[in-house]
Design a protein around this ligand. Structure first.
Ligand SMILES: [Zn+2]
Ligand SMILES: [Zn+2]
Length: 250
């Protein structure tokens, strides 16, 4: 697989896009953008994560940054297995934890070889790589950070579970980068919500100028159906194995 392209590749999700891959409850995607190779979340287990990477021709050694959205197992579960495999090749691996990461989590990744100075506990929004930002840890009880890619056509917002509220995350990101939202992708956390509530969020998305949507993970089937109906050709069907070429988004 060519990794020198600006891409988002879904590596772990409960929805299957590529039938040759494995699905599981959780989320992980690989962002390759302007020489950065960032793994955003790690799914619930490294076996599935590494299996999918292998089948997509992605060598885990290429990852140089890991961002964990929040400390739920379906986003952190693959981390230890991945690091065990990866760390010998990337002595300078950067790891961005949300502010809810505890001392035990930090000690654990240190014991797996990540250098202390390369572990960042994120509270505030900040730049983490060339044209890539974190929203900072948002929300109350469940702290969660989302990833923002600043493209010349607008910002791409990637969410893990969107516990702080998907519209709130989008609003915060727009304010932070002062740019239009080109794509919102990831878990929208709308399962169990009724049509009226979901349609209200879709209306808000349109008001905020969100051009493309690609809900997966905890978005729920109902939200996926309604977003598809309302967004038409700007809805991007998603799941394990989906590759979004950022340069193709108009
Ligand atoms: Zn969660
Ligand atoms: Zn989740």
């Amino acid at each position: 697989m060519i990794i020198d392209k600006n891409r988002i590749t879904i590596l772990y999700d409960n929805n299957l896009y590529n039938r040759n891959l494995k699905s599981g409850w959780g989320f992980s995607c690989l962002v390759t953008f302007k020489n950065s190779t960032i793994l955003f979340d790690t799914g619930a287990d490294s076996d599935t994560l590494l299996y999918n990477m292998n089948h997509l021709g992605i060598n885990p050694k290429i990852i140089n940054t890991i961002v964990i959205s929040h400390m739920h197992f379906d986003h952190t579960g693959g981390l230890i297995g991945l690091l065990t495999f990866n760390i010998n090749y990337n002595k300078n691996m950067l790891l961005f934890f949300p502010s809810s990461a505890g001392n035990r989590d930090i000690k654990l990744v240190e014991s797996l070889g990540i250098l202390k100075q390369n572990i960042r506990i994120i509270t505030k929004p900040q730049k983490i790589a060339n044209s890539i930002y974190t929203t900072g840890s948002l929300g109350g009880f469940i702290k969660e950070q989302s990833l923002i890619i600043n493209t010349n056509k607008g910002i791409i917002i990637i969410t893990g579970c969107a516990h702080p509220g998907i519209s709130y995350i989008v609003e915060k990101s727009i304010k932070l980068l002062k740019s239009n939202p080109l794509l919102v992708i990831g878990g929208f956390h709308l399962f169990g919500r009724n049509d009226r509530e979901i349609l209200k969020i879709i209306k808000k998305f349109k008001k905020l100028g969100v051009k493309y949507v690609s809900p997966c993970h905890c978005s729920g089937d109902n939200a996926r159906i309604l977003f598809k109906k309302e967004y038409g050709k700007y809805y991007i069907a998603d799941g394990v194995g989906k590759i979004i070429n950022i340069n193709d988004l108009e």
